[in-house]
Every structure is written in C-alpha cells, then in structure tokens.
Design a protein around this ligand. Structure first.
Ligand SMILES: [Zn+2]
Length: 257
C-alpha cells in the first residue's frame, strides 16, 4: 500500500460534497515506460504536439532500439501509413477502453491479434511517417481520446523533458517492502486472513520480501483499508494495510498466490 490512512480519512470527509458516479471508471492498466527494464530515456511533452498528450522519447543512438509493450493487452493495429503521420505504428488494446500507440517504428515484431505482456518487443525505434529524426512517439488513450501519460501510476511531466527509467519487464517475481505499524509488532498468519493461526510477528520497520499477493479478510492499518495479503514466506502472510510497497493495490510483476 502507499496511501496513508489519514489521507483516506480526509478524502472520506470530502466525499459528502462530491457526486459519486453510478459506474466507476475501470482502473487504468499499470502502464510502464515502453522500453526494456533498466533503460533510461528522455521523454518530451509539448502543448503543440499532436495529439497534445503524446510523449516523444529519445536517447543517444536510438535508431533500431527495441520498443516494448507498456502493459499487457492485445495488438489490434500493425499499420504502415507510409511517409505521413505515424508511419509504421502499433496499437495495443488493454481493455477497459485503454489503448497505447507506438509510432514512427523502423519495423514490426508483432502481428494483429497477438497477446502481449510487459516487456514484449513490438518493433524498433525509427523515423518513419512524418518524423524528422529517430524517436518513439507514444500515446495513452481512453475511449479513443489521448490522455496524459502515466507510468507506474505517476503522471508524466507536462510540459517539458524528463528522464524516465524503465521497470518494464523486470520480472523478479518478488518485491521488497517495509512493515510500518507505528511501533507494534505485526502478526504473521498462516493464511491470508485474521482468522488464520498466528505463526509469529514481524517488528515495525522490518524489510520483507513479498513472494506473492492474494485477497483475504479486510484489514485497516497504517495505509488504509485493504483486502490484500502478502506472502512473506512459506505459510506466512501479513496484511498489506501495514506494508509500504510503493503501490496502491497489487504490485505489478508480483504474482498472485
Ligand atoms: Zn510525437
């Protein structure tokens, strides 16, 4: 979890004056930087861009560098517009109305209908279409309209140029996290819920390795209310409500138990 309880309490206090939509919007996919794990790229946004919220990515000698899927989905366009617009581009449908665009590619590595996951190479950086030099033109869209880009839930810089480092496809399968209970030892359970036997405790401030996450009984803790339970060993589970992971909800790349 990443949100602190007090911020949720404040949000709750405000909620009385805010209309709640009858059908809540589906959460956005966990979009990641569209380049392989560990790479750093300069991403530029500018209000005169078309569409405005797109990001142009560059790094030194980037021609031919692999471009990867920024979230799991299905490839629904692999199109060559020739010397205009996007040139060679790929579109991925992520469900829930979300899609991403990867344009000016040098070549394609996927075909329409293909399912892709994090880190899947879609094609290579090029300068096709209406491009004056190699770069990746990248967009996130919701129901067809371009939206401001987020990576790992964090809004990109609007407007300007910033370095983005990819954690895309860094599939260790486990995550490091820190127990935060404000002093009290946290009870470890044999399963994902308060009804399971206590099999020990972990002290406040302990660094833990989360092997997998699952849903269990709801717990209210330091980071709000959560039904997520983290497995930190064989037959050892702790409530995610007391664990700082850097993410609200499930951690990308960590498997479900
Ligand atoms: Zn562009």
């Amino acid at each position: 979890m990443v949100k602190r309880w007090w911020s949720l309490a404040a949000a709750g206090a405000l909620a009385v004056s805010v209309l709640v939509p009858a059908v809540p919007a589906m959460a956005a996919p966990g979009f990641k930087v569209p380049f392989p794990c560990g790479q750093s790229w300069s991403g530029q946004t500018r209000s005169a861009h078309s569409p405005a919220n797109a990001v142009d990515f560059n790094r030194t000698d980037d021609l031919g560098d692999p471009v990867v899927a920024s979230a799991p989905g299905t490839v629904d366009r692999v199109t060559d517009l020739g010397g205009t617009s996007y040139g060679k581009y790929v579109r991925i449908n992520h469900g829930g109305g979300y899609s991403t665009y990867y344009a000016h590619l040098n070549g394609f590595n996927v075909s329409v209908g293909q399912s892709v996951g994090y880190g899947k190479v879609l094609g290579w950086v090029g300068s096709t279409g209406g491009s004056t030099g190699p770069h990746l033109h990248y967009e996130q869209r919701l129901n067809g309209a371009d939206v401001q880009v987020r990576f790992n839930g964090t809004l990109a810089l609007y407007w300007g140029t910033k370095t983005y480092t990819s954690n895309n496809g860094c599939s260790s399968g486990a995550a490091s996290a820190t127990v935060d209970t404000a002093g009290t030892p946290l009870t470890v359970r044999s399963g994902p819920g308060t009804g399971y036997a206590s099999v020990g405790t972990v002290a406040d401030g302990t660094k833990v390795t989360i092997q997998c996450q699952t849903s269990g009984t709801s717990v209210t803790g330091t980071y709000g209310t959560s039904t997520i339970w983290d497995r930190i060993g064989s037959g050892r589970f702790i409530s995610d409500a007391y664990v700082y992971t850097g993410y609200d909800g499930y951690i990308p790349n960590v498997p479900r138990c």
